[in-house]
Design a protein around this ligand. Sequence first.
Ligand SMILES: Cc1ncc(COP(=O)(O)O)c(C=O)c1O
Length: 428
Amino acid sequence: MINNWDAADWQQQDKAHVWHPFTQVSYAPENIIIESGEGACFIDADGNRYIDGIASWWVNLHGHCNPYIAAAVTRQLQQLEHSIFAGFTHKPGIALAARLLGHLPQFAKVFFSDNGSTAVEVALKISFQYWHNQGTPKTKVIAFKDAYHGDTFGGMSVAARNAFNAPFCPLLFDVIAIDLPTAENIEQVLSHLEGVLKNEDVASFIFEPLVLGAGGMLMYSAGHLQQLIDLCKRYHCITIADEVMTGFGRTGKFFAIDYLERTPDIICMSKGITGGFFPLGATACKQFIFDAFISNDKMKTFFHGHSYTGNPVTCAAALASLDLTESETTKAQIDRICSSHIEFAKELKQYSSIEHVRHTGTVLAFDIKTDESTGYLNSSAEPLAQFFIKRNIILRPLGNVLYVLPPYCITEEELEKVYEAIRELLDK
Ligand SMILES: Cc1ncc(COP(=O)(O)O)c(C=O)c1O
């Protein structure tokens, strides 16, 4: 039962009882109470519509309350809401694993968890235990300097050391950080990587393919990534693609690794996997990795699982979302957003107040020039977010990095409204 409070009461109850993520209450504005969602928009209690320009933290693909996904969820809820996933299995879980592997022909098995952080945590634990099970334990991980892989301890460990994890730094395991490759530094990055692979006991290399999201929407080329992966393979280092943000069409192809000729060994998925309906994590691995866990020795088992692992309702949402993601309509929507971003990026390059205009697929980003240090704590973020909220648009800059990452169903008109607000900001 939801209480029958008035608008002011809801605000007061929110302040009194809820601890919101990534929010400093001493200066954060009042939270907007969302009543409903429709297409690429939210509607608040006063009937104001907001265009969700960042797909609700990058999860929503086909629109809020998408009726096709909602119907699939309703059907599943009437059949089986949840069951233990060890010793038991169910059709939505089996079908989803098979369906995901259909897009990942070189992968063999899917392990379900709860969100992006746990998908990464599972990948890291699988890679460490892979070596352990063979009697050659390895403890080092290689990651990009500006990486973000989630808020659990493994995810934080393999991420950049910054505001997100400063209080926990002494507790995080050691990671060898390498620079993001560019045309200028690729040789140095390769030689640094090779030195590390030769001299350290490296279990795995984890990376966000093509776009480093929370690190500031930093982009790099598939060709350079391929060189890094190939080098890791030469030294038998497990490669882990964290596709939590980039998966399910975000970069223009189904997965960002589809831009590669030779695939990594493990892939982490979440966010868009359910079209933004439910939290779900999935980690897929190749057969040789799974084989290292098959043994009569019980200690070689992967002793990991979450209470809601493989929840059938989330799997049903994911299957319905995949129906839509694979459709010609969605492909056309993605192509349209990609083309619009390309055109708008050309226009943006003429503004002297910004730099590093970049785009990959449906992600468009640029840096607002600033005298302060850049990064997540840059003070431009809050006033910029408020500027857009006043124009009924949800954009949430990462410090001085402004980006647009919309649901695929955003209409041309809505996307143009987002661009128009950005023009207004930059014309000031
Ligand atoms: C690349 C990447 N990995 C992992 C995560 C963590 O996902 P979640 O917030 O669902 O735990 C994120 C979240 O932004 C992400 O962008």
